[in-house]
Design a protein around this ligand. Structure first.
Ligand SMILES: [Zn+2]
Length: 184
């Protein structure tokens, strides 16, 4: 299979691919080109993360860019943002803190929907970087949340499955309209 990165577009829920489990990938010219295209699509949509299933590919790959925010702690031991966009291949969370922080999340595949999702505030992830090298990286705050959200996508999991009951109620009519549009 060869993919033309220029043809990739952001998939909107509901679609089969967003519910499928991604397969492990090699880091090569093709998957690197896809990652670069995903960074462009993420930027264009003003998102902070994008996973391969969101562009129609059942691959274990995501990109993220949580930019530096003026309120962020300076010289924090564990990063909560990055200067440059990142790409991770075959990522897995190998350790997480035992707290659960609530936060309102959105998703580029679920336009107009945001919901409160509780997640561990700090995680350690093992993945391959753009050079194909295995890395173990730690993050906290929004960056840790972003990584967890994107890895969920690789397993076909959406915030619809994790949001609080209150958020589900709040978004009820939007979710219904989205499902209806998907059936057409
Ligand atoms: Zn998402």
């Amino acid at each position: 299979m060869s993919v033309d990165p220029a043809k990739l577009r952001i998939e909107i829920s509901p679609t089969e691919i967003l519910r499928s489990k991604g397969a492990e990938v090699e880091v090569n010219d093709e998957t690197r080109a896809v990652a670069a295209r995903m960074v462009d699509l993420m930027r264009g949509a003003e998102g902070i993360g994008l996973a391969a299933p969101q562009v129609g590919l059942s691959w274990r790959l995501f990109v993220a860019h949580v930019p530096v925010h003026e309120d962020d702690p300076v010289d924090a031991e564990i990063p909560c943002n990055t200067v440059e966009p990142q790409a991770f291949f075959n990522p897995e969370i190998i350790a997480f803190s035992d707290d659960l922080e609530p936060y309102d999340e959105g998703c580029l595949s679920l336009p107009g929907i945001t919901g409160e999702v509780r997640r561990p505030s700090t995680v350690t992830m093992r993945a391959l970087d753009l050079g194909g090298k295995q890395v173990e990286v730690r993050a906290t705050g929004l960056l840790a949340r972003c990584w967890q959200h994107e890895i969920d996508h690789l397993d076909g999991v959406l915030i619809l499955d994790k949001m609080s009951q209150m958020s589900r109620l709040k978004n009820r009519s939007r979710i219904k309209a989205m499902e209806k549009a998907g059936k057409r």
